[in-house]
Design a protein around this ligand. Sequence first.
Ligand SMILES: [Fe+2]
Ligand SMILES: [Fe+2]
Length: 469
Amino acid sequence: MGNVLTDEKIPNNVNLSGDKRLQRALEEWQPHFIDWWKQMGPLGWQERDIYLRTAVSVETDGWAHFDHVKMPDYRWGIFLEPKKEGRTHGFGDFYGQPVWDEVPGEFRNLMKRLIVTQGDTEPASVEQQRDLGATAPSLYDLRNLFQVNVEEGRHLWAMVYLLHTYFGRDGREEAEELLARRSGDADKPRILGAFNEPTSHWLSFYMFTMFTDRDGKYQLSALAESGFDPLARTCRFMLTEEAHHMFVGESGVQRVLKRSCELMKETDGDPRSAGGIDLATVQKYANLWFTLSLDLFGGEVSSNAADAFAAGIKGRYKEDRYDEHKLVGSHFAMDVLEGGKVVHKDVPMRNALNEVLRTEYIKDCQRGVDRWNKTIKDEGIDFEIKLPSHKFHRQIGMWSGSQFTPDGEMIDAATFAARRGEWLPTDADEAYIKSLMKPVYERGKMANWVAPPAKGINGLPEDFEYVRL
Ligand SMILES: [Fe+2]
Ligand SMILES: [Fe+2]
């Protein structure tokens, strides 16, 4: 398929018109999706022309088409990486056997739960971010927000395609439920914790796309290894889009840090006095979103993780890098909590796979933080952002019942409560950050608390009309 927008109702490279029943089912779901988008998507911007990229194929040299488009008219499509003939299971009990094009009955529920859980995060993030357009620091940022939003919508399509195609009536019901849950709703919340937290201002948005979208990268990478071939192929292409989301987050925080440093120099070290954000507060938001995102990897010792690996459904990050792919009899050395004490211990590898993936994720986060610290250093400021210990501020897993400092030292609950405001955003911090959030909709202008980007989108100048007012 070439670099063209098709005139089919649902753009796709899966020969949808060759399966009339499936095509009809998805065409019935489409208006429900659009209703959800209009109801829960970006508030107040649906009728504006936004400069967006749209996936039109999976070819590396031309998969995206850039143009101004109204968001409800965005061409959400279904794109899978091409099938590799002769592909075999890359890990688990079926290692070396041909991959599956259908879901084996015995793994149906496990597979469906993984797909629904991944799928649920996509619309959830759109809901979390729906008010941010009212306070965008620039048209450039506003456009990036909407780009992330429409692509999360397409990721929902990617998962709904699998549900409709391979899971029959159950799958269709799950696809409806994905449009019925609401982020933060008391009765019908989204499935995972971090996707029910409000993203109430742009500092949190940048942190979310830095840390929480990066969790998405690692989950998708693990599913991209799957022996269920359609799942692997759809996740591979989602990763292509996901890279931009993490760019928005990492470069967004980096621009905040740069501006904070500039204002520190202008004000004798007090950027708040000049309407900026102090570095200590940036650190607190990093602590918050990093730890919320760590929770998304699940329990440290997990029989579900072991089952999904054994079944060949969910592998490790870049499984190719490893020599051994069955993991029977191997171990992972990790910290665990035993009798109220932290001990370092060998855990059977298959049960430790959530922690293995989380460890890879932490390394990737650290690389981004190192680039932030280089920015601070280049500005001549003596300060470093530090990722807190993986034990700090956890709500899920074995560390969630105890309290730790950001350095990983165990403390009692009273000490944590007393010191919490040093480590995590307080109500006052939140109120202060929100007080800075005034929209800047003039071409080429930027809010005072964040530096301009190094360059524009798609080779265009920074003052391009990314959103037409
Ligand atoms: Fe996504
Ligand atoms: Fe994303």
